[in-house]
Design a binder for this molecule. Structure first.
Ligand SMILES: *Cc1c(COP(=O)(O)O)cnc(C)c1O
Length: 394
């Protein structure tokens, strides 16, 4: 058998080694505390679950759904954008529900990228932007996100020949893995840049509702002219603890939304309707769960930041997202530090290098760890530090 080049061209999964080590430790009966996965530990709110159960009993929801999603869901998404961001969307042409946003993020590459076209992709980043590009036969040009630039790409350093071949720019704020946020000036600059170079914008914003200290993240669609150049991917996953139900959305530019709908109508058969009703319940129902969850994450954030700084891993409190991005102390690569924490105290963190070259020098800790695990994990981190004493300087 000969597999396609597109499959052989996929980069090896960076986390293979550490995943193997975790499995080995668990098989030996050793207890591992994981700060690695970005998957809310808190349950989906009750009123949403009640709606799934009710809708599951209705035989009308047992049949094939439409690719475009239920009109009531598209309306609910448009109303939510209006209420939350004061962004107006036409539910028929500017809203497309997705089987989780990851699905749409990967598939939109097929709408924008021909073989040898270029996608501008941040580094570090959620891996799907580059993977979707590779699967579509395209090339990736990486935009460095560094602390000096507040983890925002510097658009005017992109070479002219790259801009000529570039079809799309990927952005993600609040950012995974760095926790960085973007303001409206940045989004306005992105719109100008996109217009100037005829490049589509794909903004990935699943963390807009996960924020702390009263901060309210923005939507890219709040930027003037944004709908002419791009779309935003969003998701119910992180806002309402619904990662397992698989529902998200793409909103914005009608031409891009229509292209994505054409790809999807040929590849999938829509989102199970009971889950579409659940999404409506989440978007139109009481929103107090969001603040309640954020209070929990904020408390965890403060505990994690405090401990990291005490043991010499410099970290700043993020304003939003589910992640703490901490600096690796001198003498370690990110993978070596992750390995040391796992081997010596059974704590799992994600090495920053797994998100790209610029992720080297950092580790990511997720705040989606239940309180009991959090307390145990923090005391193990303190234990790791005292084992190293006096090897590491602050
Ligand atoms: C979690 C996450 C997603 C995917 O969310 P789903 O809607 O569950 O597929 C997309 N982008 C980023 C940056 C994420 O962290």
């Amino acid at each position: 058998m000969k597999l396609s080049r597109r499959i052989s061209n996929l980069p090896p999964y960076f986390f293979v080694e550490i995943t193997k080590k975790i499995a080995e430790k668990k098989a030996r009966g050793e207890d591992v505390v994981s700060f690695a996965v970005g998957d809310p530990d808190l349950p989906t709110p009750n009123h949403v679950i009640d709606q799934i159960c009710r809708a599951a009993r209705d035989p009308a929801n047992h049949r094939y759904p439409e690719t475009a999603g239920l009109p009531e869901l598209r309306q609910a998404i448009a109303s939510w954008y209006k209420k939350r961001f004061d962004v107006s969307l036409d539910p028929d042409s500017e809203v497309l529900p997705l089987i989780g946003s990851k699905e749409g993020i990967a598939h939109i590459a097929l709408c924008l990228i021909d073989p040898d076209d270029t996608a501008l992709v941040p580094d570090p980043a959620y891996p799907v932007y580059a993977i979707g590009t590779i699967l579509a036969g395209g090339k990736t040009y990486y935009l460095s996100l560094t602390e000096e630039n507040n983890f925002l790409p510097v658009l005017d350093t992109i070479p002219a020949h790259v801009l000529e071949e570039a079809k799309v720019i990927w952005l993600n704020y609040p950012n995974n893995p760095t926790g960085a946020v973007a303001d409206i000036d940045f989004f306005n600059r992105v719109v100008k840049f996109a217009q100037q170079h005829d490049i589509a914008v794909c903004h990935d914003g699943p963390y807009s509702e996960v924020a702390f200290d009263g901060y309210q993240p923005l939507s890219f669609l709040q930027a003037e002219g944004s709908k002419e150049v791009g779309v935003e991917f969003h998701s119910l996953s992180k806002s309402y603890n619904m990662t397992g139900w698989r529902i998200g959305m793409a909103v914005g530019n009608a031409e891009m939304i229509d292209a994505l709908k054409r790809v999807k109508s040929n590849l999938d058969s829509g989102i199970p309707q009971a889950i579409q009703y659940a999404a409506m319940a989440a978007l139109t129902g009481p929103q107090d769960c969001i603040q309640r969850h954020n209070n929990i994450y904020q408390r965890r954030r403060d505990l994690v930041i405090d401990m990291l700084n005490r043991i010499g891993l410099e970290a700043k409190p993020p304003k939003a997202s589910l992640y703490v991005w901490a600096k690796v102390p001198k003498g370690y690569t990110s993978a070596e530090l992750a390995n040391s924490l796992l081997e010596e105290v059974g704590v799992v963190v994600t090495p920053g290098a797994g998100y790209g070259k610029n992720g080297e020098g950092y580790i990511r800790l997720s705040l989606t760890i239940p309180d009991a695990g959090l307390v145990k994990g923090l005391s193990r981190l303190a234990g790791w530090r005292s084992k190293k004493e006096p090897g590491i300087k602050r």
